[in-house]
Design a protein around this ligand. Structure first.
Ligand code: LLP
Length: 431
């Protein structure tokens, strides 16, 4: 059944007086105390998602496995501490992500560094910190690391293969097609040459093979295609990787029409597991499997809360509902035409009576958060809740118009803690 609750955090509900609540807090009280726009993460949802991933892995994969959260979906220092407590690793792409992860207590043995253009300082930081693997993306990356690794031991690396397949997602989210900037391509021999070079160069310890074909994907078969292709090139290069990572990218529904697309995370893990077992059936071992989900762990755990400033009627009868955030904290509708649902915090179960277009506060005509949404009557001062706001909103947020980035809360065991204070631009930029 298409139900708004399947888009909401596990701790969300509606109180007896009809208020939207999360854990034991009404949105109104949180918005009053912490201001808006406000992002709220529900610990239970994050913890449960990780447990579901773990259960699926132990059910379907016979070998060892590790979950490494893709920090780019959302990261902050307190959030990294929660990730550390949950015992999973992280995939990182910058020095600050590395710093936050290490300081928060995430084991370096569960950290991988990605990136198509890593700096010397990022590579050096990764070497000094003894992370599990640097994921080599192209020959420039490989050459840079060759020059940097002057020490007497081999740097542990993975190789990222571009399997040259198209996946069904927004073009900006595809990363495994032949013209992508990511990974060593197979058809022109780059992948094979790189593997041979890495195997013969004592400066490297080639531990694993990696691919990431894109994001917001619902078809498990594209993963088997990618895994078959990357392992075929490894075999051709006389190499049987002991670590295999098919990336992340499993999708989540954002609005009611997408709920049917969601065939469940177990289909993803089952298919990956089956494919790897097929590939290794003639060998005496099964590789260590690494999964790198970002969105699937945090997207539904987060909601965004905005205050309605006013409602403008257009000559064509449309009603524009203006909120106090927009493309500065959520660029996804402008960048990918991403669609969302919205709920009125003061009357979440109310009968929809009016169709609104929800526009942001930024000086840009493309700053539209929802093209259309049917809601009960809304008044200035009401609060609008956007579900599935936990991934790639804040991590891609900007300071356009010098608007500070929102405050971010974490709700666990009926307690609120702050993951990020509302930004103070004066302090962070000039003082
Ligand atoms: N591994 C690698 C190497 C990645 O580049 C990514 C995401 C992931 C794992 C995690 O993918 P996820 O499980 O979160 O889909 N801004 C876009 C998504 C960009 C994803 C970038 N890479 C969006 O808002 O849809």
């Amino acid at each position: 059944m298409k139900n708004i609750y399947s888009l909401l955090p596990d701790s969300a509900s509606v109180s007896e007086n009809g208020d939207f609540i999360i854990s034991r807090f009404t949105i109104k009280e949180l918005a009053e105390k912490y201001g808006t726009p406000l992002y709220i993460y529900d610990a239970v949802t994050v913890q449960r998602n990780i447990q579901i991933l773990r259960n699926c892995l132990s059910r379907y994969y016979p070998g060892d496995s590790t979950i490494t959260y893709a920090a780019k979906a959302y990261f902050s220092y307190p959030f990294a501490q929660h990730i550390a407590k949950m015992g999973i690793g992280v995939d990182i792409v910058s020095e600050n992500e590395l710093l936050f992860a290490l300081k928060a207590g995430i084991s370096p043995h569960k950290i991988h560094l990605h990136g198509n253009n890593k700096t010397d300082s990022e590579l050096d930081g990764a070497i000094q910190s003894n992370i599990h693997a640097i994921v080599l993306d192209n020959f420039d990356d490989l050459n840079r690391l060759t020059h940097l690794s002057t020490r007497n031991y081999s740097v542990p690396v993975w190789i990222r293969i571009n399997p040259e397949i198209d996946v069904n997602t927004h073009p900006y989210r595809q990363t495994g097609h032949a013209l992508s900037k990511f990974g060593f391509t197979i058809s022109d021999g780059q992948a094979e040459n790189a593997i041979r070079e890495l195997l013969s160069n004592p400066k490297f310890q080639l531990r694993g093979i990696h691919t990431h074909i894109g994001s917001q994907i619902f078809d498990p078969h594209t993963y088997s295609e990618a895994i078959h292709k990357m392992l075929a090139v490894a075999k051709k290069s006389q190499w049987l990787p002991v670590e295999v990572c098919p990336g992340g990218g499993w999708g989540v529904p954002y609005h009611l029409e997408e709920i049917d697309l969601d065939t469940g995370i177990e289909h993803w893990i089952k298919e990956i597991s089956k494919t790897i077992q097929e590939e290794y059936q003639d060998t005496s071992f099964i590789p260590h499997l690494f999964l790198e989900p970002g969105r699937w762990i945090v997207a539904r755990a987060g909601i965004a809360v905005y205050r309605v400033g006013g409602i403008k009627s257009l000559p064509n009868g449309e009603k524009l509902l203006a909120i106090d955030g927009g493309m500065g904290d959520n660029i996804r509708p402008s960048l990918y035409q991403a669609k969302y649902e919205a709920l009125l915090a003061e009357n979440p179960l109310g009968k929809p009576v009016t169709r609104y277009k929800v526009v942001g506060r930024y000086c840009e005509s493309g700053d539209t958060l929802l093209e259309e949404i049917d809601l009960p009557e809304v008044q200035a001062g009401n609060h609008l809740i956007i579900p599935v706001a936990g991934a790639y909103h804040l991590s891609m947020a900007s300071n356009y118009n010098l608007v500070p980035r929102p405050a971010v809360l974490w709700i666990e065991n009926g307690e609120v803690t702050v993951l990020q204070k509302r930004e103070n631009l004066w302090d962070s930029w000039w003082c």
